[in-house]
Design a protein around this ligand. Sequence first.
Ligand code: NAP
Ligand code: G4F
Length: 328
Amino acid sequence: MSTDPQRALITGITGQDGAYLAEFLLARGYEVHGMVRRASTENFERIAHLCDRLQLHQADLLDQLSIVNLINEVRPAEVYNLAAQSFVPTSWSQPLLTGEYTALGVTRVLEAIRLVDRSIRFFQASSSEMFGHVRQEPQNEQTPFWPRSPYGVAKVYGHWITVNYRESYGIFACSGIMFNHESPRRGKEFLSRKVTDAAARIKLGLTREVKLGNMAARRDWGFAGDYVRAMWLMLQQDAPDDYVIATGRQHSVEELVELAFGRAGLDWRKHVVVDPALFRPAEVNTLRGDARKAEQKLCWRPEVSFEELVRMMVDADLERVRKEIEAP
Ligand code: NAP
Ligand code: G4F
């Protein structure tokens, strides 16, 4: 006897996490739907290898009716809200748009669930940027928030509106407070990928230097593939809740740079130029998560170490740049 597959809807499916989550859910037999926004040229690079197994629908976080219609049409059992303006520096140059996407966009998805079917389970991609000027080391679910960017402020709104719809309407809504997670699919403007891409390009003779900002900032970096597993686990529990997802280990930007350049056989000091223009108006100096609740309740643990992650990213960029040189 065959049973109907579980149906999931992912907003932000074209992003780093969206691509890993889509792979993860397809491997578990889900019928996977993705929300994509209209663009003059399709931007499906990260999900190209999955496209024949996905159902993609146009809608936009800015447009309430498009989200209501989408959820009504798809009728998913689970919604993963990964779409956002996710780059912290852009949140200073476009603070209002960041608020529209990253804060109010969450309410629009929750409103659609409230109107169409309150039994839909909801995951919100919250961020360790909410801890900002940290009040406690390491940070857990009880640590107070002190966001340091318009992005962080918007994510605090998204977190609390998720909690509020759970408490007000009984929606199975979970907030995953995720620390930085990276992969070869990471956007090239984020620190880790900017560094691994630069190391590859320098190694293969395409450029000589890379400009970076604050080398002293410290982050808790994990692998995106591990983090999407935690998202799914949250929606499989008996009751909705909020969880910190982190490795518990912290490294400086300088340590990441040294490791990445070392993997490419380079001395980073010969190639990195510190550019004050890349410093942020307000920096989050240190982040380190305490994921013991996720470990105990979800049985979640990261499987890829920081060192493995950096090696994986450098190797992937070396291979990609080599191919670009061979077949431009
Ligand atoms: P990402 O690669 O920047 O992907 C963002 C996604 O959001 C893209 O698919 C993008 O679509 C989509 N999007 C943006 N604005 C939209 C709009 N108006 N309507 C519909 N879709 C829109 O981000 P990520 O690293 O995968 O992160 C996923 C989520 O986790 C984000 O909410 C991020 O803030 C959060 N988060 C990430 C981390 C991390 O370290 N990666 C940590 C904590 C929380 P386009 O492709 O069309 O641009
Ligand atoms: O890679 P980043 O741009 O990530 P950031 O700002 O920590 O935000 C990421 O993680 C959050 C979770 O904590 C997510 F919510 C968010 O969506 C995003 O995925 O910068 C990491 C650190 C910062 O301290 C930054 O000042 O690296 C420092 N940095 C130094 N030079 C740089 C650079 N960051 C970038 N992007 N580019 C540089 O040249």
